[in-house]
Design a protein. Structure first.
Lengths: 608, 244, 288
């Protein structure tokens, strides 16, 4: 029975020391008499790591099947190689190689915004196959099928680099990119990518503009590929299309899978395994394809996050305890009241929506005031969900006006509405698999407080401040809603009732003008419904505007200030819960004429 | 005599979610049982579990005394049929192909299939005129009739219907419910899930109400005296009917 | 010009054959099997051994190729694809690319890296069509693709099994509720697609030779054929294949051989962005 490490210590351990130490050790190696052959292998691993880390941006984090890394590799290599032949300094060829790859990465990413996964994958595979053809098109620049030879030894800032110098440069550049990309994925941009991968619908409702986010991922992923290409050009003074063949693309993918696609350090593992592996087994390249294929099949079926994911899980479960972090414990000890929530009034006028021949909404008008809970009920097909989806921007109304706080928001798209202060929850809670509860809550702040990608990558003070504030806000809200002790657990592990509360916390994190709750009580047992109802009451008491669609009438009775009953696209009753419940029209819509007649008799006979 | 369809202590749901928590219900041949309940109460979940589309966490389903443990295709072979809500016919196929697909398990018995197609056209004459049209081109009501006819092709012993009235105009609902009522004469066990209470109670023999994961009320339709229990289930507990 | 056209049609026919294989699997199981092209590749090597090593007559070679294709297809479905249930397209991509790579790797290890001539139907010569020389093998391959496409289309539409596979791809639950065993449909589809695609290898090999990396470009270009013709349509796969083949050959003739693949790529982009359903398709490729 091993003694477990304190979670606090674990979180504070600067794990980044390991890669730095590794880099330092590697830098010293040439002076310890290690053979040139080994140094060459290390260079290969470093270059492959850069390629894999870039692939992980698009494939692992953003969830895009964009597999054209080796084409970007080629772009970096050819640009740098050509310029090097023309006596440009390595500092410049490296930068040009990176920029060229980034440009191509963005350009090829543009169709990716609209394409389905297999289409995107095929387009990017095709790009890889095109590299030799494009090279043959401009042989004066690329040397055609024969390749580009005569690339001189690297000259950095005027200094010639020998093989040791080149080796050290590769290690340093690889380390820098790994650090930059690690900062990127641990920042809000990384969180945004994870949210987008889990559910584009959720991402849009949180205010993330998907095209921009995707292009950011493509660009960031292209940078290390371009750098790797540029450096590669100098390795043998010669590059040919064969170095960027389909097999290379497969190797990059396999490394990503084995190391863990959603991991930065995993890229290094994967690259190491895939470089050394084929060399070790009979030393012949023949078997490398078999190896890659087997790894891909196993990885695809048992896709458990690769080596990095496995290690992470094992270390966390066996060697680290469940201790709460200091800020969580402090919040637990001193639960905060909910301060003011800046809810705005919602005004819907004569909203109409038809789907084909079906008039889902036939002119609905209602208002939801700040500080109140407004409920929307009605049988299936009554139009409640349509209404909710229109107010949250996922459908466009055919006609009608929607105003929030007096401002027109009719026809706004989801992410614009999110920025305007609309938050919503979903019938099945959308919760990214690899995020903690606190990270989930914080993800709502992405659209409201912006940080630049550059600041995040360089871990500038502004980025660090944003991260700290995100965490503080998340802890604060979780504490207010009574679930702060779960802050650092995986959101996915929470019970359904807790996940619903988590969604409310996330909705609050964006400082919402309007909160839309979509059947939050479904699937909850009575005590969970009670807890949720308390949370909702507190939010509305603090000034929030809440619109709730629900079937659970007990819950509605206990929390709603105003109830609107929808039936076949129109509001047939509106008022306080008790009066709505005893409204003959409402009873008929749910239970039919016979029930209505009984109620009418009761109401009439009650007068004595 | 064993019941046509018997459900014992069924527990089911999605993932860790338990929506049905110990549901027991039985239906007799030649009778229509209507299952009522609020939205989200689990009526569709119940039908899907009984039909084998969803695995039951606990409990048993029996068709004329035989336990059903297999996947949906096996239960179809045992005589169970489910008409899902949303008119889930194969829209890209013709009306007649849809009917043939209904009798997929009997596809090698030419006579059986042809006879089934003829009865379908007798029961729903409108379908005959559209036999070679793509099913997606039919009107809502016709699609609903096709989905019922399709389910009847293998001559099932148990027929379950999930909100057949959804999206249909009142006159068509009358027609469809008329056809459902006629099935009693064929000795079928019919379990009907519905929102339209008036129409359902007009053709049903028994009524059961699902709430909080189990059956809260079950009785013969003729013995249903007061609407209070139903009102309580759908619209919450009665505090007191306020008088001004 | 006629020569160019016939060459284009026969190359296109090869793409169409793989695209038909894609379709058979996709229609029955909604899985896109990237490894489909490798069945043709493996088939060419089996044909090589059948002829050069065992001296089998061509009908037996075709049968042998079909059997091997069927077995590999079954193995792929049972060992790999079945375990993917519900894991998403990421995993489907990685696994099918993995199977494709495995097959190429196996071919490389077993038969080596050099392209080898397959022994069947070589030296068929040429005939005169409208005054131009046209390879007989080109005509044969084109005819095979047309036969295959029409045969599969007819069987799918007319037989109950074919109807059932169309139904299960349209609505899986509804199909199960009608008694259709959707899982067995998927297995059957992999077996049939594997057998059919591999069976054409004795003919195709005469044109392409047997080489371990035959599959890569084929896989991608057959996808283009499917994108043009529409997922789920056999006629579409055929016409799409011909369009791609013709574009390639015409591109090579008028622009130069380097422009061959680039023009197909541009065509792919245009089709995906402008005509996402293809010419005859009923389903857009799932947009995740």
């Amino acid at each position: 029975m091993t003694v477990k490490m304190s979670y606090r210590k674990f979180v504070r351990t600067p794990f980044w020391i390991l890669p730095i130490a590794l880099a330092a050790v590697l830098l010293v190696l040439p002076f310890t008499g290690v053979s040139n052959g080994t140094l060459r292998i290390i260079v290969s691993i470093a270059l492959l790591s850069m390629l894999v880390v870039g692939l992980n941006m698009t494939f692992g984090y953003a969830g895009e099947l964009a597999l054209g890394q080796s084409a970007l590799y080629a772009v970096g290599a050819y640009f740098a190689g050509y310029l090097a032949i023309h006596q440009w300094d390595l500092s410049l060829t490296l930068i040009i190689g990176i920029i060229a790859a980034a440009a191509v990465g963005i350009i090829t990413g543009i169709p990716g915004i609209r394409l389905g996964s297999w289409s995107l994958a095929m387009v990017t595979f095709f790009l890889v196959l095109l590299v030799p053809k494009v090279a043959q098109l401009i042989p004066e620049i690329t040397g055609g099928a024969a390749g580009l030879s005569g690339i001189p030894l690297p000259v950095l800032f005027g200094q010639k680099l020998d093989s040791t110098g080149y080796y050290m440069l590769v290690i340093i550049v690889a380390a820098i990119f790994i650090a930059l990309l690690r900062n990127f994925v641990t920042s809000r941009h990384g969180a945004a990518l994870k949210v987008m991968r889990e559910s584009p619908v959720l991402a849009r409702s949180l205010g993330m503009a998907l095209p921009r986010l995707k292009l950011a991922a493509y660009m960031v992923g292209a940078l290390p590929a371009g750098a790797a290409g540029a450096l590669f050009a100098y390795q043998d003074g010669y590059i040919s299309p064969g170095s960027f063949a389909f097999t290379v693309a497969i190797a990059i993918l396999a490394s990503s899978i084995i190391g863990g696609s959603e991991s930065i350090y995993g890229a290094i593992f994967g690259a190491a395994i895939l470089t050394i592996g084929p060399l070790r087994t009979t030393g012949v390249q023949e078997y490398s394809l078999l190896l890659f294929g087997a790894l891909l099949v196993l990885g695809g079926i048992f896709f458990t996050g690769g080596l990095a994911g496995f290690l992470n899980k094992v270390i966390r479960s066996r060697f680290v305890d469940d201790e709460l972090l200091p800020d969580v414990e402090a919040a637990l000890g001193a639960p905060l009241p909910l301060e003011k929530v800046n809810g705005q009034d919602l005004e819907i006028t004569d909203l109409k929506k038809a789907f084909g021949g079906n008039q889902a909404l036939g002119g609905v008008s209602l208002s939801a005031k700040a500080g109140q809970v407004t409920a929307l009920i009605g049988p299936n097909g009554s139009g409640k969900t349509t209404l909710l989806n229109i107010v949250s921007g996922f459908y466009n109304p055919d006609s009608g006006v929607i105003k929030i706080g007096g401002n027109h928001v009719t026809g706004f798209k989801p992410h614009r509405l999110a920025v305007a202060g609309v938050s919503r929850t979903f019938q099945s809670p959308l919760v990214p698999k690899s995020m903690t509860v606190a990270e989930c809550v914080a993800s709502a702040r992405y659209a409201r407080r912006r940080t630049s990608i550059l600041a995040d990558m360089l871990y500038l003070p502004s980025a660090r401040r944003a991260r700290r504030e995100d965490r503080e806000e998340a802890i604060r809200l979780l504490s207010i809603l009574g679930i702060v002790e779960h802050a650092d657990r995986r959101a996915f592990d929470l019970s359904l009732g807790m996940r619903r509360i988590l969604e409310v916390a996330r909705a609050l994190a964006g400082d919402p003008a309007l909160i839309l709750l979509d059947e939050p009580a479904s699937g909850l047992d009575e005590s969970e419904v009670e807890t949720l109802s308390n949370v909702i009451r507190r939010v509305s008491a603090a000034g929030g505007t809440i619109v709730i669609v629900e079937h659970n009438f007990e819950m509605i009775m206990s929390i709603a200030d105003q109830v609107n009953v929808l039936h076949l696209g129109s509001i047939i009753a509106s008022g306080e819960p008790q009066s709505v419940r005893n409204d003959p029209d409402v009873v008929e819509s749910y239970l039919g004429k016979a029930a209505r007649e009984q109620l009418e008799r009761e109401l009439a006979g009650g007068d004595k | 005599m064993s019941a046509g369809l018997e459900i014992r202590n069924l527990v089911s749901g999605y993932g860790e979610l338990k929506i049905i928590r110990g549901l027991s219900l039985s239906c007799e041949p030649g009778q229509i049982t209507v299952l009522l309940g609020r939205n989200g109460a689990g009526k569709t979940t119940t039908l899907k579990t009984v039909a084998g589309l969803l695995p039951a966490k606990e409990g048993e389903v029996l068709v004329f005394g035989e336990k059903q443990t297999g996947t949906a295709p096996k239960r179809v072979a045992a005589g169970m049929a489910l008409v899902q809500e949303g008119k889930r016919i194969f829209r890209a196929r013709t009306v007649e192909d849809n009917l043939r697909l209904g009798a997929y398990l009997q596809r090698r018995q030419r006579g059986f299939v042809d006879e089934g197609i003829e009865s379908a056209y007798t029961r729903f004459p409108i379908l005959k005129g559209k036999r070679n049209q793509a099913a997606g081109l039919l009107s809502g009501g016709q699609q609903q009739m096709l989905s019922i006819a399709q389910a009847l092709m293998p001559k099932p012993k148990v027929l379950m219907l999930d909100e057949p009235s959804a999206g249909l105009a009142p006159a068509i609902v009358e027609e469809v419910f008329g056809s459902i009522s006629d099935l009693k004469a064929d000795g079928l066990c019919v379990l009907l899930v519905e929102q339209l209470i008036d129409n359902s109670l007009a053709i049903a023999d028994r009524v059961a109400v699902l709430d909080r994961g189990t059956i809260q009320l079950e009785s013969a339709v003729s013995e249903l005296a007061s609407w209070d229990v139903l009102r309580e289930i759908y619209l919450g507990a009665d505090v007191h009917v306020e008088k001004p | 010009m006629i020569t160019t056209l016939s060459a284009g049609l026969s190359i296109g026919a090869i793409y169409a054959i793989v695209a038909i294989g894609y379709n058979i699997v996709f229609v029955a199981s909604k899985v896109f099997n990237f490894a489909q092209a490798q069945f043709l590749m493996i088939g060419t090597f089996i044909a090589l051994d059948a002829g050069a090593r065992y001296g089998l007559p061509i009908p037996l070679a075709i049968l042998l190729c079909a059997i091997v294709g069927a077995v590999i297809g079954a193995l792929e479905e049972i060992l790999a694809i079945r375990r993917l249930a519900g894991k998403g397209e990421h995993n489907e991509l990685v696994t099918t690319v993995g199977v494709s790579t495995l097959m190429a790797g196996a071919a490389l290890v077993i038969w080596g890296p050099e392209p080898i001539r397959t022994p069947y139907l070589t030296g068929l010569g040429q005939i005169q069509v409208f005054g131009s020389a046209v390879g007989v093998i080109d005509l044969a391959i084109t005819a095979i693709a047309i036969l295959l496409a029409s045969g599969v289309a007819v069987v799918t539409r007319r037989s109950m099994i074919g109807l059932a596979s169309l139904a299960s791809s349209e609505d899986r639950d509804a199909a199960m509720l009608r008694g259709i065993d959707v899982k067995r449909m998927a297995l059957g589809a992999f077996v049939v697609a594997g057998a059919l695609v591999a069976a054409t290898a004795p003919f195709v090999g005469a044109k392409t030779y047997a080489t371990y990396h035959l599959g890569d470009g084929l896989a991608v270009k057959a996808f283009v054929a499917l994108a043009i013709g529409g997922f789920g349509s056999y006629l579409g796969a055929l016409i799409g294949g011909f369009i791609v083949g013709l574009l390639e050959m015409l591109g090579a003739r008028f622009l130069g051989s380097e422009w061959q693949d680039i023009s197909v790529f541009v065509l792919l982009l245009i089709v995906l962005l402008v005509l996402p359903k293809g010419l005859f398709g009923r389903t857009k490729e799932r947009v995740v």
